[in-house]
Design a protein around this ligand. Structure first.
Ligand SMILES: [Zn+2]
Length: 129
C-alpha cells in the first residue's frame, strides 16, 4: 500500500519528498511495479464529511473539512507530521476541539474518526490493499 499524487513515475516518487514521507509504507513491496500510488489525501479531505463528529461541537460543514493528522511519539514529532493515512477528516470545529483538548476522550474520538476515514478511503477505492 502506498499513497499519492497523480501520475508520478516510480522515479519521481523515489526521489520526492512524498516518497520519503511514505517510505514506511514500502515495506513488503520490493519493486516499483508493485507499488500502488493513489492521491494526495490532504487535498482529498476537502468537501468530505466530518468523521470525528464530536457531540455538540461538530459543525457538519464539509466545506471546512481538513485532514487532521494524529500525533504519536515515534510516528510524528519535531517538524515531522504523521503520514497522511494517520489522520481523520475533521470539520473546523472538531479539528479545533481535538487540537486543544488532550483528554483520553479526545484521543479516542480522533482515532475513531481516523478509522472511519480509512474505511471511507478503502470503500471509495482511494486506498487499496
Ligand atoms: Zn466535526
Amino acid at each position: 500500500m502506498s499513497i499519492t499524487v497523480g501520475m508520478l513515475s516510480a522515479d519521481d516518487i523515489r526521489n520526492s519528498k512524498v516518497f520519503t514521507a511514505l517510505g514506511g509504507f514500502r515495506n513488503g513491496f520490493d519493486t516499483p511495479e508493485n507499488w500502488v500510488y493513489l492521491m494526495n489525501l490532504r487535498n482529498h479531505a476537502r468537501d468530505q464529511p466530518c468523521m470525528v463528529r464530536v457531540p455538540e461541537v461538530c459543525n457538519g460543514n464539509q466545506q471546512t473539512t481538513v485532514l487532521a493528522h494524529y500525533r504519536l511519539s515515534g510516528v510524528s514529532g519535531m517538524g515531522v507530521k504523521s503520514p497522511d493515512v494517520i489522520g481523520a477528516w475533521a470539520c473546523s470545529a472538531c479539528h479545533a476541539w481535538i487540537d486543544t483538548n488532550h483528554s483520553d476522550e479526545a484521543k479516542v474520538m480522533h482515532l475513531e474518526g481516523m478509522v472511519r476515514t480509512i474505511n471511507a478511503l478503502v470503500k471509495g477505492n482511494y486506498l487499496k490493499w
